[in-house]
Design a protein around this ligand. Sequence first.
Ligand code: ADP
Ligand code: NA
Length: 332
Amino acid sequence: NFKPRIFSGIQPSGGLTLGNYLGALKRFAQKQDEGIETIYCLVDLHAITVWQEPEALRRNTREAAAAFIASGVDPKRSILFNQSQVSAHAELAWALNCVARLGWMNRMTQFKDKAGKNAEKASLGLYAYPALMAADILLYHATMVPVGEDQKQHVELTRDIAAKFNHDFKTEFFPSPEPLIEGAATRVMSLRDGTKKMSKSDPSDASRINLTDDADTIAKKIRKAVTDPEPLPSELDGLKDRAEARNLVNIYAALADMTPDQVLGEFGGEGFGKFKPALADLAVAKLAPISDEMTRLMNDPAEIDRTLGDGANRADEIAQPILGKTLEIMGM
Ligand code: ADP
Ligand code: NA
């Protein structure tokens, strides 16, 4: 009985990668064609859970907005905005901090990864991050959250928080949002090490393709990607123990809107000498226009700011009544 609605976000912490594009941005754009309301957020309040240089954060926020638009998110068909401009996110997050249990937060693997060995030095915000994410989603009564695999645990926590709120206050006010983890590239891996996810925080630039890389750089990184000497099999099953090869096939499939088995139908029996140049051509054909469009959009920051301001007003119209009702249910 909740209207279908999609919410998702990306941190404007700079250096968006092919992983962010295939796991998130490309799918965000596709969702607009499915007749479901789509709300997309640059989650700057999440970004500041680790140190952000203020000028860099301002620039990266505009760059992330440009990446959304260049990837096909239409700010007229979707609501595209900046989290800190809609104060209800922070307010609902506080209320949900008081619903979430410490034991639940202690199980979050992303905190352990990001805090590293010296967790005592991590910010309190980094620890509370998943409760803020729950607020982002529940503030719009979103029912579906397209994310990469790494965010699944946080969407599950959101469901737990919604259920506890509904139970404690004897209400059915919040929906139980579903993570949408779909397609061939739910977890794009490093080009240098098939056991690590592709990430902007990897110290090796060769491990990832950045959305701002030029055509030569993209082609070179794919040519140098770690692989094995075997030819490609004709079915995905044959790639079980070949993480690097599987990753490249998955990337090809996601870029070409094919299934991995279709890709292997085409390239089965071929070696990487044939497959890598084909993948490089495809990646350049798909990514270079995005990078060019980002550059064009970044030339007019005032226009990006107007777009985000308009999105914030539209987001606020949905968020304020839901925040108001939440506080009322709680007795405030
Ligand atoms: P990051 O994980 O790069 O710091 P975010 O946390 O802002 O970026 O994630 C933005 C979105 O991109 C999330 O939906 C996340 O699941 C997705 N994502 C990030 N890295 C990858 C990857 N390597 N493969 C697939 N999806 C990814
Ligand atoms: Na992430």
